[in-house]
Design a protein around this ligand. Sequence first.
Ligand SMILES: [Zn+2]
Length: 463
Amino acid sequence: MCESSLEKSGSEFPGGHPRRADWVLLNAEWIVTCDSKMQSFSSGGMAITGDTISAVGPSHLIASQFTAQRTLDLKGCMIIPGLVNTHTHAAMSVFRGMKDDLPLQRWLFEVIFPAERRIADPDMVYWGTLLSCAEMLTGGITTFCDGYFFEEAAVRAAMDSGMRAVLGQGILDTAAPDQDGEEQSRDRAAAFIESFPGNIGRLRPSLFCHSPYTCSAGTLQWVKAFCRKHRVLYQVHVAETAIEVAESTALHGLRPVARLDELGVLDTGTLCVHAVWLDQEEIRILARRGAGVSHNAESNMKLASGVAPIPDLLSSGVTVGLGTDSCAGNNNLDLFSEMDKAAKLHKVFRKDPVVCGASQVLRMATLDGARALGWHDDTGSLEAGKKADLTIIDIERPHLAPLYDPVSHLVYAVKASDVRHVWVDGVQVVSDGRVLTIDVPSAMKEVKRLARKAGGLDGTSIP
Ligand SMILES: [Zn+2]
């Protein structure tokens, strides 16, 4: 049983006036707060005022202390924080299922990069990102961390979708769809950050160096300095494959994470994506620098990249969030599936059923994911004073009965299709499974049009 925020504040109003809220949610079977103590309680309620959670607590206390224009009875439902997807390339939904079952380098250089050269432009990025936002919202994800080209178009899609997002302009030294070499990539980085709309609190800019093998030392350092100056998140794919480690060692005499440390780009404002191939010293480096890690279990499994040392990272105090990676390679943006796979992958790999327990994995998909993005003061848990980012799950389903432990269900039994309502920043964006902010049939139609342009549909051959 959780000490509710109402009880903590002692704010009962015997004989007083009830407080006004915009939304009052009552009679939830369970509330899983994902706060620092991972507290859950039954028969819960919440009040939302503006973009903020006013109170979380026992339903009868919320009912007696708040009035609102809109009240929702959540009998048969569970309230959880909106999930946090710490890594994706949302625009790449256009390439979903285009080609599977290839090694990473062949998949990238023979399929994805040529397809991007054919169709990547702001139109593709807008529609691909918007469709991904619809998929994420219906699956209970309220925050995503993105990296792609023409990222201004992803900003527009995130703005239209109502989602909370960290939006990273991708940086490469080789030719990319919106930049041609080192000098232009720096201009793109600067232009993106300087033109980012500063008036929408739920959107934050970021820069994404693709990797230590596609960006020079000079670019890795220049981009980090720029991120520090503008106080924005620095993202980088690192140590994804054993080949990357072998090449880095041969070329530079250092493994990838050790090299990033020598270049001075690791700190609490850095998110290391994948971090599969780490030695013990590199784990200590990440812990010492306070850099976050985005763990993408399904992507690593499908591309046979390897198994990240997540239990060791966690026991060393490294902040680890979960990511779906792009749905070109995964092939979905489903964090419930990702939680289930992450929890099981490390058990079978270590031959230890105790590692990566449900509570730890749920925290990675919520509060720790938000912490890895530097946004945990606002989102990732249900607590009075935080932004109202929440997901309501219908638990009156055959595969969810009975319910002994809501956290166990969230990791091992709930499906994305069980999500019923979603709020982001105090605004309801999904109602009874329907996205209120996006014309989903139009987004699907546009993405199918783009897929025909990319090739591979209608019998066109893909390598
Ligand atoms: Zn990625």
